[in-house]
Design a protein around this ligand. Structure first.
Ligand SMILES: [Zn+2]
Length: 445
């Protein structure tokens, strides 16, 4: 019986993402799916599982079977401050718990659990070169959570935890077991789909920028890691395979010599002892070196292994950042993929931003022309106003903006129009309702 209930919940959750008002199944990465995901709360059972996960980490001081320390030092203060700034920027008032984890070996990773817990390893904090980089990565992780990617994918929270635990476990085992070296990369799998990553990149860049960080600097971490991985992979594949075969041969030699030494008392001469010890020493030294090289490679890129990065993704990210900085239009990034859908979805649901983006402010378009106008939403962020205008434009509806003073500061209102008659304005207003845009009153000027 509990199984059936779980199955029902899964279908129900899925239906939020995949069925629109007309009951038509849509692409789960559509603007509607993104909007629905951002508006949907975290289910109580997921929150409960997250609390249990956190309690387990606190009690056992372990993630999976890797021992960790939970820090409360300057690295914690720095991380917590950035997380709180990011959350304020999107008006997320839920109380997030920030944990800074120290591990040996170092792990370069961060992950969120259950919507309000974020875990950041010192291996990551120590390797970023600016707050912009750290804010970008944390914004990206928070975005996976805001976009409910785990729920949209499988609704199976235990899968995610299993992945994280497997990840940590495989790394701590590698520390002790030389025979596992090289397996580590294969055991770490992507946690999110390609589209999920594109969405989290766009939303993460948006959140970082709203919080006052520079996303253009933030992406440098990913660029560095991607380039590092490329060169390491290119060099290593054949070299490591060869080195591994050599070391295996040396280990076998050492073991054979030891077996002979043990079984044949008459060969136990000082000279043979020296030969055996030297062979075993060489095997051990080379195995250690190879192990630490493989480990360094694997650990350096945990974040990228769980969030695969490639040139296409970097290009999409650069385009999103350029849009956020005002150096290119929203329309011009429509071919880049998921980032565009996120920005269009944000037009309806993004909470008020703290700072108007002067670079994005469209010149002049407001209010001069005579005619009839249909009022739409007012935004504190020009990014959101422009995203709405782009959407109107895509539906063949012209629009203007005007500045309005509110108790929360200066907002930009979008109006559809101008139209030549009241009738035309009425028809467009109906169409806007059809687009679920909540049009206001018609005015003329
Ligand atoms: Zn990601």
């Amino acid at each position: 019986m509990p199984r059936q209930i779980a199955a029902f919940c899964a279908i129900w959750l899925l239906s939020i993402q995949c069925v629109n008002g007309q009951g038509v199944v849509t692409n789960s990465h559509s603007v509607e799916a993104i909007r629905a995901a951002m508006n949907s709360p975290i289910p109580p059972q997921i929150q409960q599982q997250a609390r249990q996960f956190d309690a387990q980490v606190l009690n056992s001081r372990k993630v999976g079977d890797q021992t960790i320390a939970i820090l409360n030092d300057a690295r914690y203060s720095r991380t917590d401050e950035i997380v709180q700034k990011l959350l304020r920027a999107i008006d997320d008032s839920s109380n997030w718990t920030v944990r800074v984890l120290d591990s040996n070996p170092k792990v370069e990773n961060a992950f969120t659990v259950g919507g309000t817990y974020i875990y950041v390893y010192t291996g990551l904090i120590d390797n970023v070169r600016s707050d912009d980089e750290l804010a970008f990565i944390l914004g990206h992780e928070i975005s996976h959570s805001q976009l409910k990617h785990n729920l949209r994918r499988s609704e199976d929270f235990s899968n995610l935890l299993a992945s994280i635990i497997e990840l940590s476990g495989s790394m701590s085992k590698t520390e002790n077991r030389r025979d596992k070296m090289g397996l580590i990369g294969g055991s770490i799998k992507a946690l999110y789909s390609r589209e999920d990553e594109r969405e989290a990149d766009a939303l993460g860049a948006y959140i970082a920028k709203q919080a006052g960080y520079l996303p253009v600097r933030g992406i440098e971490f990913f660029r560095r890691m991607m380039n590092l991985e490329k060169s390491v992979n290119a060099q290593n594949d054949s070299q490591i395979a060869q080195a591994r075969a050599n070391v295996q041969q040396q280990v076998t030699n050492c073991e054979n010599l030891k077996a002979q030494w043990n079984s044949q008392p008459r060969i136990r001469t000082p000279q043979n002892a020296q030969i055996m010890n030297s062979a075993c020493q060489t095997a051990q030294t080379n195995a250690q070196q190879l192990n630490s090289a493989a480990k360094k490679d694997a650990l350096g890129s945990v974040l990228l292994r769980t969030h695969p990065f490639d040139g296409d993704r970097m290009n999409a990210l650069v385009a999103s950042v350029q849009y956020l900085q005002g150096s290119r239009s929203l329309q011009s990034i429509s071919s880049v993929g998921q980032g565009y859908n996120v920005f269009v979805a944000l037009a309806d649901i993004a909470p008020a931003s703290r700072s108007a983006d002067a670079a994005m402010r469209e010149q002049a378009s407001s209010s001069g022309a005579q005619g009839f106008y249909v009022a739409l939403d007012a935004f504190s962020s020009d990014i959101n106003a422009n995203a709405l205008r782009t959407k109107l434009s895509a539906a063949g509806i012209k629009s203007v903006t005007e500045s309005v003073q509110t108790s929360r500061g200066e907002f930009t209102r979008v109006l559809a129009g101008p139209f030549t008659s009241q009738d035309e304005a009425e028809r467009v207003r109906e169409k806007l309702f059809g687009m679920k845009l909540k049009p206001g009153a018609i005015s003329s000027r």
